[in-house]
Unconditional design. Structure first.
Length: 123
């Protein structure tokens, strides 16, 4: 197996539009937490839930859009000034890949965190 394929398998790294992407590490999550919180609050205000997200896809796109350059910058390690100049089609493909790489990870990460918080609260 070529080394580049092995790297993809071991690091879950992919290349999209010339940018290398990998699932977020805890440092990325910590850095993006305020941005994620803002997006989630805006989505909640618009009634987006796990059961309504398909009908509200346009709402989701427009609520993520203000944070997109930062998500891409943190995920790629590239300066936000460079990311802000990307053509929108390219940026959307990169952002879609970032979300795809991290959606399952975030769900898995948040589940145990929620259970741990409940256990602590319940004593």
């Amino acid at each position: 197996m070529p080394e580049s394929e092995l790297s993809k398998l071991t690091n879950n790294e992919v290349e999209v539009e010339g940018f290398k992407l990998a699932p977020w590490c805890i440092g990325n999550l910590a850095e993006l937490a305020p941005d994620i919180e803002r997006v989630m609050a805006r989505l909640k205000e618009r009634g987006v839930t796990m059961t309504t997200w398909r009908e509200k896809l346009t709402d989701i796109i427009f609520q993520v859009l203000p944070e997109a350059p930062r998500f891409i910058s943190v995920s790629t390690g590239k300066p936000i000034e460079e990311i802000s100049k990307l053509p929108s089609e390219k940026a959307f493909r990169i952002l879609s890949a970032i979300i795809s790489l991290n959606l399952g990870y975030l769900k898995n990460w948040l589940g145990p965190a929620e259970r741990a918080a409940q256990e602590i609260a319940n004593g």
